[in-house]
Design a protein around this ligand. Structure first.
Ligand code: GLA
Length: 377
């Protein structure tokens, strides 16, 4: 195998990890795990940066503090070719054109709240109806459209901390909510996302990440040939505006059955509009567990999803319509990317039988999700 020496610690904020002297062994690829920062523009009077997290295998994740967006996740495929397994843009302007949450951090409430309102401790809170009559993904200016305060953590693995304080009344939600998100790239090709939050008034909180995956790294291939396993015997059926009816239904015998891996395209035509539903994960507690595996034979890549959350919104990019152009110049059409949004169930603030999403003063919100890339050669 012909290998070369690679040294990736170029930025001012580069952090060294397990890096031998490259000049000692010309036959070994040595990549320094690192995190670098570059200027990416300005929004709302705040500086926007792009961070590049690189691990010892050369896997590279780019994250901006605008919306906490993961803009690319570059890994090798089975032939050694590198490409991003998530869609995105190489400049801030792409994101300012408001794509449908590409790669973004979603809050204060990921997913929908029916009729854009909820009642908590006797007070009814009115939110912006930004999705028909419902509220979606935190409102008109959710956490995906604000500038987060970035901190590069002093650690041996590339780790970026983003923090944001959502003030009392922002987008209609009660309480000052202090949110912290840690993005970590491990040498095992895991992108770890750790969310924490605290509030001074009771409020619903449901944080997630909205990365759109296409494991072929090329949006000219749809995701219909990817296979998916979701460890869930139940899902939450929805009405025509995608609000859960409140029922918890068995997937067995329906197109929603992904308990054993099957191709996404196999039964998608029987689901009006495509998959855009919440699966009730079989896990019984809030420990971190593997809940889904997405695979693609063309590239040989799989992504394993681990989470502490009780639900997974699996969305097959039904509303993608070619309006946005991926970084490689190709149109992002319907079903060319998919999301696996770990979360609590949609509309929980109005569904007393769903696990609660209410965070109270004195409590600590904690949620963790890992997307681990595995290569099947
Ligand atoms: C989520 C929703 C979808 C859609 C996308 C963004 O995943 O469940 O219905 O709104 O976000 O387009």
């Amino acid at each position: 195998m012909k290998l070369m020496n690679v040294l990736l610690c170029t930025g001012t904020l580069a952090l060294a990890a397990s890096c031998n002297n490259p000049s000692e062994n010309k036959e070994t690829t040595i990549i320094k795990a690192s995190i670098t920062q570059s200027d990416w523009g300005e929004f709302d009077g705040s500086k926007v940066y792009l961070y590049t997290l690189t691990n010892s295998k050369g896997t590279e994740v780019k994250i901006t503090n605008y919306g906490g967006i993961v803009s690319s996740f570059v890994t090798a495929d089975k032939n050694g070719n590198r490409s991003s397994i998530i869609i995105g843009f190489d400049s801030l302007s792409g994101y300012l054109a408001k794509p449908p949450y590409f790669g973004a951090l979603i809050g204060r409430y990921g997913n929908r709240i029916g009729d854009a309102k909820f009642t908590l401790d006797g007070t009814t809170y009115q939110l912006a109806a930004n999705n028909g009559k419902n509220a979606l993904h935190g409102g008109l200016k959710g956490f995906d459209k604000v500038v987060w305060i970035p901190t590069v953590m002093d650690d041996t693995i590339p780790m970026l901390m983003l923090s944001y304080t959502s003030v009392d009344g922002e987008e209609g939600y009660p309480g000052n909510l202090k949110v912290m998100v840690h993005y970590i790239l491990t040498n095992d090709d895991e992108l770890k996302i750790e969310y924490s939050a605290e509030t001074d008034k009771a409020t619903p909180v449901n944080l997630t990440n909205h990365s759109y995956f296409n494991l072929t790294g090329d949006v000219s291939n749809t995701i219909l040939n990817h296979t998916l396993m979701i460890d869930a015997d139940n899902y939450t059926p929805v009405d025509t505006s995608l609000i859960p009816t409140g029922e918890i239904k068995f997937v067995k015998g329906t197109p929603f059955d992904f308990t054993t891996a099957k191709t996404i395209g196999k039964e998608i035509d029987s689901v009006k509009g495509g998959y855009d539903h919440n699966w009730v994960l079989n896990k019984k507690d809030n420990s971190l567990q593997k809940v889904a595996v997405l695979s693609d034979t063309l590239s040989g890549r799989s992504v394993e999803v681990f989470t502490t959350e009780p639900g997974l919104q699996f969305y097959t990019g039904n509303f993608l319509d070619g309006k946005f152009i991926n970084r490689d110049g190709k149109a992002i059409n319907q079903h060319t990317a998919l999301c696996m949004e770990t979360q609590h169930f949609p509309d929980s603030p109005n569904k007393p039988n769903f696990p609660s999403t209410i965070l109270k003063p004195g409590e600590k919100y904690h949620s963790e999700t890992v997307y681990k890339v595995v290569l099947n050669k």
